[in-house]
Design a protein around this ligand. Sequence first.
Ligand code: NDP
Length: 253
Amino acid sequence: MINLTDRVALVTGGGRGIGESTCRLLAGLGAAVVVADRDLGPAVAVAQAIDAGGGRALALDCDVAERDQVESVVGRAVETYGQLDILVACAGITRDNLIHKMTDEDWDGVIATHLRGSFQAARAAQAHMVAQRYGKMVFVSSTSALGNRGQSNYAAAKAGLQGFTRTLAIELGPFNVNVNAVAPGLIETRMTHATADRIGRPWEEYAAQRAAEIPLRRVGQPDDVATVIAFLASDAASYVSGQTIYVAGGPRG
Ligand code: NDP
């Protein structure tokens, strides 16, 4: 049902975690994939694996908080493959702290990465998508958008992305551009291993305790999210826009 042959995708934060799984899946479904990450090494490894499997991929370094880097990567994608059909904004960080300990750097870093990074990528991508009258954007929110202790910065950014998604769906719908978001619950990646480390808990113990609270009784894997992103990036979801789909093993993980 999902076929992305001849589509061109750009995935920010594509070197690791959910972004990596998304790059591999989109490529497996036929898309040429630009793997963008602030750390070029992992991005190159993902692109090489896609190439080795017979797919098409290009690795580029890009800090999504830097406007010139984002615009340059979008430009390189179009130069290389002639078009840009799919944007998946996966780049993300956490800087958790209770409000009385949260620094300006914690706040600004998270907002700049998630909110400004997604905005900058969307603004650069929409120019091409509107011109070609075709596009799919998928942003990555989180169950933390509903509130999560120690994550006022991250929750604000992830809730903001849901409003951003709905607004772009209204603005870009007339140009045949679909805009949606996924909101993952706890997914096993380097980011969540780092959370367990920070609170001094072995991953297995942390994951087991969290899984007991999740209706499907397991933590998610990056592919659980990538498959939903691929659906939203495809014509199978051509009448879905402005939605946030929770991918959390339950109503909110
Ligand atoms: P990972 O840390 O595994 O992957 C995130 C990738 O984004 C890393 O390669 C990271 O690089 C990169 N990145 C960070 N900042 C930037 C930047 N400014 N510019 C470009 N790339 C950047 O995390 P996940 O795969 O878990 O997270 C992916 C997305 O999913 C994030 O938006 C996250 O908030 C969201 N999410 C994750 C959940 C989870 O449970 N894992 C739950 C809900 C949402 P580096 O390693 O150098 O930081």
